[in-house]
Design a protein around this ligand. Sequence first.
Ligand code: NAP
Length: 643
Amino acid sequence: MSMVDIPADLETVLKDAHLPALMTALVHMTGDPQWLREAWKPTYNPAMRTDTGIPAETQAEIRRQAALVIRAHLEGKPLALPNPDTELLRRQMNFVAGAEIPETYVDFLLDELALAGKSSKDPQFEQPKLQAAARKLKVLVIGAGMSGLLTGIRLTQAGVPFEIVEKNADVGGTWFENTYPGCRVDNSNHMYSYSFEPNHAWPQHFSPQPELLKYFRGIAEKYDLRKAIRFGTRVDTLAWDEARAVWRAVLTTSTGATEVIEANVVVTAVGQLNRPRFPDIEGFGDFAGPAFHSAEWRHDVDLKGKRVAVIGTGASAYQFVPEIAPDVAKLTVFQRTPPWGMPVPHYHDDVPDGMKWALEHVPFFDKWYRFWLFWMTTEGMLPMVKSDPAWNGSPDAVSAANAMMREMATASLMAQVTDRPDLAAKVIPRYPIGGKRSVLDNGVWLAALKRDNVDLVTDKVVRITPKGVVTADGVEHEVDVLIYGTGFQASNFLSFLKIKGRNGRDLHETWGGDARAYLGMTNPGFPNLFTIYGPNTNIVVNGSIIFFSECAVRYIVGALKLLADTGARAMEPKQGVFDKFNKDVDEANAGWAWGSPNVSSWYKNEFGRVSQNWPYGLIDYWRATLAPKPDDFVLEKASEPVA
Ligand code: NAP
């Protein structure tokens, strides 16, 4: 007898399920590769990501057969093929992706799929010797957001004692801090979740912020992490104690008291986007009414019936402007550069009940759906934003593929403003797609800008006055409330933290404002200090940052294993390894749309260097972070301190 309530109208329920992922999952249930026949192979429109290209009557037939198989399985028929051989798995991958997956991706994607529930990201500390050494370590983790919680989970699994210090009153990081109206994840939720903690109940494909916060709070509970977290506590300084090979951390606790703690290893998990950036504008601070940043939303300020100014049209403003526009008396949006909106019609849609049912009950369906998202929205996108050195077309594109994408996105934007030529002239970006992060367009942004009570101003903001905002044309735009959607001090990595490494060397002085790290994580002269989501680990088009954090944490846990294994007490990257890595990264970044000289964005620091982005595929970060290579590091044995 089945434990699952099988819907009587299963065929209808399956209408909501992603069909190619369902067919791929059916191979496991039936053992029959005929589910992957050529005639049923999906084709996708890369922009819409939805069209399976399978005729409606064929889809109905597939669902009819699928319902029989799923019902039989849920009534007790065992899986015919839980572990297909590599050749069949490859066929499954090619089928669901609707594309030939290159051979080099196979081991990587198999690891992502984790069909047998095992992944290279699971800590491997089975040997008693390692376990004993692990227990003697102490790790300080700074931050209890997505990356910090993940670190806590993995350290628990590895048996390494740790403590997490969090400045906020709760877990969740960016999902705790950003509460502006309309805040939601702009990466598909079924991928924007830990690979080992799928959530089959995401209410939307791109769920609102409270759902993300709920997910991370749930993770903290499930893995019992709260007991290891000190909330309301800041780490102010870190200093390496050469003689004892420990970091001394000075904290300001929730009561305002100063406290010193020590750890062998420090992991910073503080994100890149949590120090608000206010524009350097004359008169900043002079505004007489309420003025606030999107990440510090003033819920006590009622916008109803008010005249409101918004400066900035990046990812945050793009989400909150459509939400507040209907409520305010007048909204003036100051745009310096328009964002590229990519058509995603289901951006605000609920996940249909049938899809949720299939994710929960059809074995392997969730895995293949995640895999499909992974391919469609990550690696599969990269060729569109790669610069072609031979490209001699318009400078607003970097290759023929990029120009094609521009045409498609332009057509989609223009179609929304045919009745407003004044807006059409303002909302089509002149920089290449992929130069900055694109936003997801389901029509609400331009609909908001078209409202009678909304003005899009593209004249340069030159001054803030007590009454409002003055633009270069001399107009003073009088408002009651001023909202900054002006982003974050992303390039100022770890700016809140004073860090003294070997011989008292200061990390920020060493960087001189141009932060770098080997694989985004380590610096010579700063032993046993690891940064998650550090320099050059951000992505523009390809995927979820959770993926990067999972790779980084695997590497850091691997570093702890290396210490345990070798008996070394400290490790730091060799200068030559660090230098070569950074040279390669800089050269490679120049080959992408975001490295293009006619793009300015928060991905570049004050020196014009792309300090944020990873210039390769996800597969390359996955490979580079499988485990630390001992040869890349100077390992310090207890008896021989490094000079
Ligand atoms: P942002 O993308 O850096 O956008 C800042 C905006 O302010 C830009 O339009 C910028 O114009 C404008 N600006 C800055 N200084 C200005 C000035 N002096 N005068 C006029 N305009 C000015 O910041 P954000 O929107 O907060 O997003 C930051 C990042 O956070 C995103 O790229 C994304 O990675 C992440 N994010 C994600 C989500 C999500 O997942 N849902 C949501 C929000 C944010 P320019 O373009 O000309 O510089």
